[in-house]
Structures are given as structure tokens and as C-alpha cells.
Design a protein around this ligand. Structure first.
Ligand code: CUA
Length: 369
């Protein structure tokens, strides 16, 4: 019995160690201990000293406990510990030393809180709105007017401070791009802010970090940091001032001669898509993401699917089956209608603006059980 329970403890310990080890892989895309921007680094510069202070305190205290257990263990039936009463020297030491350590940790922590809360005048302003279950980004000009309306993928220029002003359209969400910053809540009726800045052109992955309903785990995000020239190109190409391709409504009699794009445009207006999605110059829906530049995004549906035809087809066939709880309903579209809709969506935006290809295993579908 004893052997078996030891064996079981051994297996549990080995499993825990393996899991711990798995979390330590060097090149993980959401490693908060591998910061790639000044604000994330500032958080890391707090984590490191506090961790090492805690490690030293742990080793010291545990060492004393082990020492006391071995040194003062009972040596015989009649062994009684020496009865002493207090020690002013020791009591002063173990009161003052921890107090000094805590004051030090407190001072550097409070300094960091104020630093991270600063709003920089020269930073770019982006409004971030959490939705069940996707992120809306509205890039503002100096006058506060939205000049670009994007979703899930946040494009930013390398080396520039970007202030994200966070709020929510429904429940509480939490914005967390670990390599660029800590977490900040997106709360309905409130405006919180965080500043991010990326060191180099790269994809930075993140996710919603507050349980917000059925597809909380499918509420991911990507920050695409680009060289300033590439970023400017993206901003111009995604401007809210341009309108999307539009066609006359295809009548039933013209179905045979109309193109897939024309039929897709008509279906977009007639099947309810336009009630929720905006397409500049075509529709003004404000429930789901603005799709004017849908094709210039590498992912869709909370950044969980790669933007390819197969994923899009599966999504249009039955959104709640692909993303549990999806507010986009199943529209019972025929396969031919889906083909037309995809053809139209492919006209919206430029795939050359998607950025570098996404590494395998990331944003390739919802997590498998
Ligand atoms: Cu949004 Cu969890």
C-alpha cells in the first residue's frame, strides 16, 4: 500500500514538473517574461527584483526551518526543549528586516504604477472596444475623429508609443498582449488606458484575460508591429473615407448572368449581414466588425481563424458551431450563396496588407479539446 502511494506521489510530482517545464519553453509567443517593448520591459524590471527577493527570503526561511528541525529534533523519551522566553534581538531583526524589504518593494511598485499610468502627448490614439467576442479598434486623428476602423488585428508602427483607450460594448473584458504590456480592463461605461510600444516589426499575440462568456477563450488578438512606411501604407489603405465596391441589386431573373461578386453583394444586403456589419458606402451595421477591409486581415472571428476560403465557408455555414455562443447566427445559406458571399468579401481590402505569414499552430482554429 505504501509503495503504491509513493509511486502515485512520484507520478504526480513528475507530471507537475513536466507541465512546469512545458511552460518554460524559450520561444513562446505570449511569454510575459520575454518583453519586446519599453512598457512591457518596465513591468519585467519589477518582476525580476521582486522574484529574486522572494526567492532569497524563501531559501533563507526554509533553510532555517530545516536547520531547526534537524538540530533541535527530540533525541530521546525524556528530551525536553530548553524553556526560554523571547529574544529582543531576534524579534527586532525579524520585524525590521521584512519591513524594510516591503518598503523597498512598495516604493518600486508604486513608482511603476505611476509610470504605466502616464499618458504621453506624442502617442498615437486608438480606441479599443471589447465585444463578445472580438476587439474593435478605432484609430483617431488629432481631432478625435475615427480615421480607420479595424477589428481583432491592431496594426502599430514600430518604435512609437500607442495609447489604447479601452472600453466595452457589453461585459467586462481584459486586454492583454503579454510581450507588449500588462493587462488592462475594458469596462462598459468607463475609459481605461494603456500605452504600448514595440521594439521591432513582428506579430504579437494576446487574448482577453477576463472571463466574459462562452467564447472567452476564443477572444484572441494580434498586434502587427510594422516599419513606419508599411504602417502608413496600411493606414491609407484602410481609411474610413474610402468606399467599398458596390453593385446594383441582382434580380432573380438576372441570376444566371450576374458575377459571383455581384450576387454576393446582393446577398450581403438581403440576408441580414448588412444589419450587423458596416461596409463603407454599402451598409452601416454596428454590431459586428466593420468589413470594409475584411480581406486585408489575416484572421477573423476573434482572430481564431486564418482568413482563407475553407475557414470562411465553415464559418458562414454555421458560426455558433465554429465559435460557441457566437452572436452571428446560423443563416442557413446554400453552398452557392456562400460561394457568392466569399467572392464579394474577397473584394473588400487588399490581402497584401496582412503582414508576415502566421506561424503554424497559431490562429489556425479554435483550441481543440
Ligand atoms: Cu472578453 Cu474574455
Amino acid at each position: 500500500m505504501r509503495v503504491r502511494s509513493r509511486l502515485r506521489s512520484g507520478v504526480v510530482a513528475a507530471t507537475c514538473l513536466a507541465l512546469l517545464g512545458a511552460g518554460c519553453a524559450a520561444d513562446t509567443p505570449q511569454n510575459t517574461l520575454d518583453p519586446e517593448g519599453p512598457f512591457a520591459r518596465s513591468v519585467d524590471n519589477l518582476i525580476q527584483p521582486v522574484f529574486w527577493i522572494a526567492a532569497v527570503v524563501f531559501v533563507f526561511v526554509e533553510g532555517l526551518i530545516v536547520y531547526a528541525v534537524l538540530k533541535f529534533r527530540r533525541k530521546g523519551e525524556d528530551d525536553r526543549p530548553e524553556q526560554i522566553h523571547g529574544s529582543t534581538r531576534f524579534e527586532l531583526a525579524w520585524t525590521i528586516a521584512p519591513a524594510l524589504i516591503l518598503v523597498f518593494v512598495g516604493v518600486i511598485t508604486v513608482g511603476k504604477i505611476f509610470y504605466l499610468d502616464r499618458q504621453f502627448k506624442d502617442s498615437m490614439q486608438v480606441e479599443v472596444i471589447g465585444h463578445q467576442w472580438w476587439w474593435e479598434y478605432n484609430y483617431k486623428d488629432a481631432g478625435g475623429k475615427t480615421v480607420v476602423a479595424a477589428a481583432n488585428e491592431l496594426h502599430i508602427p514600430v518604435g512609437r508609443k500607442v495609447q489604447l483607450n479601452l472600453t466595452s460594448a457589453d461585459v467586462i473584458h481584459n486586454y492583454w498582449p503579454p510581450k507588449l504590456a500588462g493587462k488592462v480592463y475594458a469596462i462598459p461605461g468607463r475609459r481605461n488606458h494603456m500605452t504600448i510600444q514595440a521594439d521591432k516589426a513582428d506579430f504579437y499575440y494576446g487574448e482577453c484575460a477576463e472571463y466574459c462568456g462562452l467564447s472567452h477563450a476564443n477572444m484572441r488578438l494580434r498586434v502587427v508591429a510594422e516599419e513606419p512606411a508599411t504602417f502608413d501604407r496600411w493606414m491609407k489603405a484602410n481609411s474610413t473615407t474610402q468606399t467599398a465596391p458596390s453593385f446594383p441589386i441582382v434580380a432573380a431573373a438576372d441570376q444566371a448572368t450576374a458575377t459571383e461578386e455581384e450576387k454576393g453583394h446582393t446577398l450581403f444586403l438581403q440576408k441580414g449581414c448588412s444589419g450587423c456589419h458596416a461596409v463603407n458606402g454599402v451598409a452601416a451595421g454596428a454590431v459586428g466588425p466593420n468589413l470594409t477591409y475584411f480581406n486585408s486581415r489575416a484572421t477573423f472571428a476573434g482572430a481564431i481563424f486564418l482568413n482563407d476560403d475553407d475557414n470562411l465557408r465553415a464559418w458562414l455555414r454555421d458560426p455558433p458551431a465554429e465559435k460557441p455562443g457566437s452572436l452571428m447566427p446560423k443563416l442557413n445559406l446554400a453552398e452557392g450563396e456562400i460561394t457568392s458571399l466569399i467572392a464579394y468579401l474577397r473584394m473588400l481590402g487588399d490581402p497584401a496588407l496582412r503582414g508576415a505569414p502566421i506561424p503554424a499552430g497559431l490562429a489556425a482554429g479554435p483550441p481543440q479539446p
